[in-house]
Write a protein that binds this ligand. Structure first.
Ligand SMILES: [Zn+2]
Length: 445
């Protein structure tokens, strides 16, 4: 028995506790003790004796695991879900971008609440999120209680440079990794950012110890544009401007050559793999098997709602497994244990947060989820990683804690009414269609 005393502890008793720690410990039955914002103890159920004041959360029919980490999304674009089907990236931009430009801060605030609650109730406890209007998006994440690293999208080719807004976001939310909502730098992509801007972002990132988030090698047009500027490819462009490294998360990386894969691996640059979005908007996948063979660090992202059409990381694990087996012509590609790590501890590593989240270990912040185990589509539980990747859904999530706060109870957002948010979203769309909500500047991803 290893009781450390403290008031208001929550004792989560689980049928199966999957820690995702380095030893791969599981406990059945197990216990996770949450003391304030942190995990105080993880172990077999018999390793803890509750005190009279403890809040016992009986999850004996549930699996307990770390919250999932979505390393690339634009949550507020939940507003545009279902607007861009069966078209190329260039074509669907014509269907969503007009609304994107017309929507204003209030629309994006409620879009962020909708998307954050979608993610939270499906087990995503941490997101790396980037868009315009990030201050109002960050406020929404703070209200909802989800963990978020936020970045204001910067670009200077074909549009405005919004450096002061990006700096204001950094000033307001800071870059401290233990802070539940904090900021990073978010250049849009190598083809929309000049070399000078990319170099300036490296200097700023170093000065502030800020993480950098960028789209990379999303389209053949992007490759052509950076070649026109004298670079061999998008990753080479990032290398030349100082924007490769373990503090950089490059989303997509579809069109990369062997030399670029080697550079990604050698520099420890993170790739946010977004398989559903890549399939839907590009009809192409990155060379994931080659990247993993080369030792490229990879995590998972859902990208935005128009190209997915949701932000459920259980879906994304399954999509990544299936699509990459097809892509590689190899059923052994992307095994379940790797996928589960990409959605949890490796996602935390990508965001520089593995000292705080990503696994259930004493001293880490209590970002914890539980899932139903007793369901038609989940039984029997031969191998938890296989069931979680290929059978479980976000809607199987029952309880969610972030920073020790229980934000989802029995599958429902504890502090939010779906009817209220549905009403706000309907009102936003009435105003948008009536032309009432006009933005001050172009909204970009
Ligand atoms: Zn994106």
């Amino acid at each position: 028995m290893t009781n450390a005393r403290g008031p208001g502890r929550q004792i989560v008793l689980g049928g199966l506790v999957l820690t995702m720690n380095a030893r791969g410990d599981t406990f059945a039955p197990g216990v996770v003790v949450i003391d304030g914002p942190r995990i105080a103890h993880v172990g077999p159920e018999a390793s803890w004796s509750p005190d009279p004041g403890d809040d016992l959360v009986d999850c004996h029919d549930q699996l307990v695991m770390p919250g999932l980490v979505n390393t690339h999304t634009h949550t507020c674009a939940a507003l545009f879900r279902g607007l861009a089907e069966d078209r190329s990236r260039a074509a669907w931009a014509g269907y969503t971008l007009p609304w994107q430009d017309r929507a204003g801060a209030e629309a994006y605030h409620f879009g962020s609440i909708l998307g954050a609650l979608e993610q939270l109730t499906s087990g995503v406890t941490c997101i790396a999120d980037r868009f315009s209007y990030m201050d109002t998006c960050a406020e929404a994440f703070d209200r909802v209680g989800i963990r978020a690293v936020v970045g204001h999208t910067l670009f200077d080719i074909g549009g405005a440079l919004e450096w002061p807004r990006a700096v204001a976001l950094l000033e307001r939310w800071g870059t401290a990794p233990e802070s539940r909502v904090h900021a990073g730098l978010a250049p849009h992509a190598p083809d929309t950012c000049s070399d000078d801007l990319l170099r300036r972002i490296r200097i700023e990132a170093d000065a502030r110890a800020a993480r950098v988030f960028i789209h990379c090698a999303q389209s053949e047009a992007e490759v052509a544009a950076v070649r026109a500027r004298g670079h061999t490819g998008p990753v080479h462009c990032l290398a030349a401007t100082g924007l490769l490294g373990p503090d950089v998360v490059a989303a997509h990386c579809i069109y990369v050559d062997a030399g670029e894969i080697r550079r990604l691996a050698a520099t420890g640059t993170w790739v946010a793999h977004c398989p559903a979005s890549n399939a839907k908007t590009e009809g192409r996948l990155p060379p994931v098997a080659a990247m993993l063979d080369a030792g490229v660090a990879m995590a998972l992202g859902t990208d935005w709602a128009p190209s997915n059409n949701g932000m459920d990381l259980f879906d994304e694990m399954k999509s990544a497994g299936l699509l990459n087996k097809v892509g590689a012509g190899d059923p052994a590609a992307l095994p379940v244990d790797r996928l589960l790590a990409m959605a949890t501890i490796d996602g935390a590593r990508a965001l520089g947060l593995d000292g705080y989240i990503g696994s259930l270990e004493p001293g880490k912040l209590a970002d914890v989820i539980t899932l139903a185990m007793d369901a038609w589509h989940l039984l029997p539980w031969h191998r938890p990683a296989a069931t979680l990747v290929y059978s479980a859904k976000g809607r199987d999530v029952r309880n969610v804690w972030v920073d020790g706060r229980r934000l989802v109870r029995q599958g429902q957002a504890a502090d939010w009414s779906l009817a209220t948010i549905r009403g706000e979203i309907a009102r936003v769309w009435r105003d948008l269609r009536a032309g009432k909500s006009v933005s001050r500047s172009s909204a970009v991803r």
